[in-house]
Ligand binder design. Structure first.
Ligand SMILES: *Cc1c(COP(=O)(O)O)cnc(C)c1O
Length: 221
């Protein structure tokens, strides 16, 4: 199947109110251009050194999502153009994004990454950490970042009940934080969860942004 056909097949399973981010990491710009020609605009990358050249060569109306772990010293390269940074997993990163965005008079959209999976290696805040952090004045003073919601990954397992439970936990935390800290604001409205293997479950549990790579672009090496 062509990229176009695979993209359409995935799109048919994603409700219109859910944003489909096509994860193009490791794939060449030509494949992204194919999906772009088919009308797709949201693409996700996980490495700054790959994202920047792709931004430079591809059409400028692409909405680029940075979905990977972001090093503080690389923030400055993506702040001028990035549409949404999904993986904000520490306060220091948020202050760096704010500083770089302020320098160029931009407001950068961010998602706070939550650690829900069992795996030790996954980055992110715990629920308690976020409850504390969002209540602090220092976070409210960051005028050049906009906290748009949460991002999380479920454990990579065939056990559907574990995945379902983790998505439910993330959804509950999202609702709780919204009520507690953003009840009078539209900002906190994105729940980014779900990848090729589990995005249908994620949508069932309330995801409104899915990050789908291999189901669209094929397996990665
Ligand atoms: C690679 C990646 C994806 C997409 O994974 P697939 O299984 O190929 O859909 C989604 N989210 C993050 C954070 C990723 O790194």
């Amino acid at each position: 199947m062509s990229i176009n056909n695979k993209l359409q097949a995935v799109k048919e399973t994603v409700p219109s109110l859910v944003t489909l981010v096509a994860v193009s990491k490791t794939k060449p710009p030509e494949l992204i251009a194919e999906a772009y020609e088919a009308g797709h605009r949201d693409f996700g990358e996980n490495k700054v050194q790959e994202l920047v050249p792709k931004y430079e060569t591809l059409p400028k109306d692409i909405r680029w999502h940075m979905i990977g772990h972001l090093q503080t010293n690389k923030v400055k390269y993506i702040v001028p153009f990035v549409h949404l940074i999904h993986g904000v997993d520490r306060f220091k990163l948020l202050t760096e994004i704010n500083k770089r965005a302020q320098n160029i008079d931009r407001v950068v959209n961010c998602l706070l990454q939550i650690h829900i999976a069992e795996e030790e290696s996954k980055f992110g805040f715990s629920g308690e950490e976020l409850m504390t952090l969002l209540g602090e004045e220092q976070i409210q003073q960051l005028a050049h970042v906009k906290i748009m919601g949460l991002m999380g990954m479920a454990t990579n397992t065939d056990n559907e009940s574990i995945v379902k439970m983790e998505f439910k936990r993330l959804r509950n935390l999202f609702d709780q934080l919204k009520i507690e800290f953003y009840s009078d604001s539209e900002d906190f409205s994105i729940l980014s969860m779900g990848m090729s293997n589990d995005y249908l479950q994620a949508i069932q549990e309330g995801s409104n942004m899915v990050r789908v790579g291999s189901a669209i672009f094929g397996a990665r090496n």
